[in-house]
Design a protein around this ligand. Sequence first.
Ligand SMILES: [Zn+2]
Length: 427
Amino acid sequence: MTSQKTPGERLVLLSVDGLRPDIYRAPESRHRFPNILALEKAGASAEAVETIYPSTTYPAHATIVTGVAPRTHGVYSHLASLDPTEKARPWCWFAPVLKAPTLWDVARASGRRTAALSWPVSAGAAIDHNIPEIWNPAVPDPHKDFDTPARHATPGLFAEVAQVLMPIMGRADPDQLRGEAALYLWNHYRPDLLMVHFVWYDSQAHHFGPASPEALAALESADQAIGKIRDAITSDPGTTLVVLSDHGFVPVEKEVAPLVVLAEHGLFARGADGSFTLRRLGAVSAGGSLAIYWLEQPSPDDRRRLETALDRLRETGVVQQIVDRQQLEALGADPDAELMIEAAPGIGFSDRLEGPVVSETSKDRGTHGYLPTHPGMEAVFIAVGREIAPGKNLGRISLQQIAPTLVQVMGLPADILAPGKESLLLS
Ligand SMILES: [Zn+2]
């Protein structure tokens, strides 16, 4: 016998969006998250996970399933549009944008059954039972748009799951719905790989702050859903449970609109109705950072205008640093961006084009999107299973180490994922 894992090892992968390890470990609130803490004790866990740049949901989730940086997997930001003058911008919802093989590709290549709920960048993915994360960008509350994910789900699956959720619809939060849907998929299809994206903590942390009562209540709800899923899968000892996150979170005091300065320097045009239109410059805000693109070859005058605008922005004290193309390459970040503006601590960027540059009253009290080394951007990784050492501290790990580790845990071939960082030793 070789030392390979038992064939048929299952994996349940739960992502708690935006969760920072010190949020659930904080002495004053840890009693509220008994399930996450019990899993941490029962398995191997990272002190902290260093995420990718920008530290946002879509590029990070793509890294979790491919094991490579955004530059290699092709999801550089959450938005599929570089045009900040566009009203309802589409997100990178569709899996074909991924340029590197995913965990679900590896599982399927071995004939294993796969399932996913609200997983980012999974619309149209080759997943057996899939309800992707996708919404109509024109609706006011994406959490209430059920029609769009239903249309992009595995045929018939959304109606099937909705029937089970009917009794709690209207009083359950988005994560309770995901938790119950996950239990249904587990019980009825027993997938070899089940991936669930919990979103409510991130949503509340954006609105009220990462340690706000609202965000902690959301996390409590995710913790309970995780506990129920753990209880359901214990009857199958060949199942590994992984709880992780994509990035951390920090509080913000001020909202800053760098594009207002760029517009003042003539880098956007005005249409006949006075509204802004695109010239040569594109932009995507990630909250803690903002990416700038030349959509067409800039003139020397365009370049000068951008430089002057950036100087002006620096003078306001809201910029931590300008991340140039060379640094972006070293970070494995967006190859198309001319540069990224990294916000100073306490500052959250928006892609607002009008109004004051600095708004003292931010509608959001928390954000992410900063450099992976920005304090507070750390993510979570916990793995529990029969071959995983209880209480093992993995130290500080990279988000890129997770996919190859999960492939190993499931006993799948190691050579399908794109070459990347070394897998973790969990036993
Ligand atoms: Zn996220």
